[in-house]
Design a protein around this ligand. Structure first.
Ligand code: NAD
Length: 263
């Protein structure tokens, strides 16, 4: 990839762990300054910022805004644009999960999943677009899921939020198509991150099966490769979407799911 992203600024929400951290690392490796976001131990996050910065010679900051709170998102967007620089690459990645049948799905979990996995992307996008339009360049990458395209039992809020994120992605793409901005959604299958590891005991309990069976008979059942998707496979795609070569890829929901949604 020949595109020079050196000196561009990326905000990656939910990047203290898992997929978001993988995307932050690959963007930093090509010279992109990084604004991290997400929860975690303050000292560990400081060490993470220092490590990414020292390894790649880029600037790295962290903002701990809670993506379920629009006022905190607004403050984060203003702080990043003011102190760090206007956002060129916005990766809406923060997400949570809760599995339960609809009748016993806690309404507060529904609200939290819709807020974090869907509405936060609307809020970050609405604050980022003006500067991207002024520069005539921008990349918006929304971390959707195979669950943006198909559903699974017990994931009502997650599937609803991710299907919604696909709609937001397409609308953003259409509204910005002539401004040098692209908006795309990445739709991973199962990736072994803390978000997935934490579901295993709950799914085992709901279905009355062992944790090993959750992996083989539930999670990898529909993933034809019979292995978890690697974080690096998603990060590589995110990097490509930031390149000039991807300038005509717009409004897409791109599956990285080992063939799950081909069935
Ligand atoms: P993860 O749990 O490793 O990371 C989630 C990140 O989001 C963490 O940095 C966490 O601190 C942050 N976060 C959680 N709640 C937040 C909040 N309220 N405000 C700010 N940050 C918050 O999970 P992951 O698997 O890397 O998931 C990242 C994204 O990828 C999510 O949107 C998820 O839905 C999506 N995804 C994951 C998989 C998978 O199998 N792991 C598959 C498809 C899609």
């Amino acid at each position: 990839m020949t595109t020079d992203l050196h000196g561009k600024i990326a905000l990656v929400t939910g990047s203290t762990s898992g997929i978001g951290l993988g995307i932050a690392r690959i963007l930093a490796s090509v010279g992109v300054d990084i604004a991290l976001n997400g929860f975690g131990d303050a000292e560990a996050i400081d060490a993470l910022c220092e490590d990414i910065s020292a390894t790649n010679g880029v600037r790295v900051i962290h903002d701990g805004a809670d993506m379920s709170k629009p006022d905190e998102i607004e403050s984060m967007m203003k702080r990043v644009a003011g102190d760090f620089g206007t956002v060129d690459i916005l990766v809406n990645n923060a997400g949570i999960q809760h599995v339960a049948p609809i009748e016993s799905f806690p309404p507060e979990k529904w609200d939290a999943i819709i807020a974090i996995n869907l509405s936060s992307s609307f809020h970050t996008t609405r604050f980022a677009l003006e500067d991207m339009r002024k520069k005539g360049w921008g990349r918006i990458i929304n971390m959707a899921s195979a669950h943006a395209l198909v559903a699974s039992p017990h994931k009502s809020a997650y599937a609803a939020a991710k299907h919604g994120l696909a709609g937001l992605t397409k609308t953003t793409a259409l509204e910005t198509a002539q401004d040098g901005i692209t908006a795309n959604a990445i739709c991973p299958g199962y990736v072994l991150t803390p978000l997935v590891e934490n579901q295993i005991p709950d799914i085992a309990k709901i279905r009355g099966i062992t944790e090993e069976q959750v992996i083989s008979d539930v999670m990898l059942l529909n993933q034809p490769t019979k292995r978890f998707v690697k974080i690096e496979e998603i990060a590589d795609l995110a990097l490509f979407l930031c390149s000039d070569g991807a300038a005509s890829m717009n409004g897409m929901c791109i599956s990285v799911d080992g063939g799950w949604t081909a069935q």
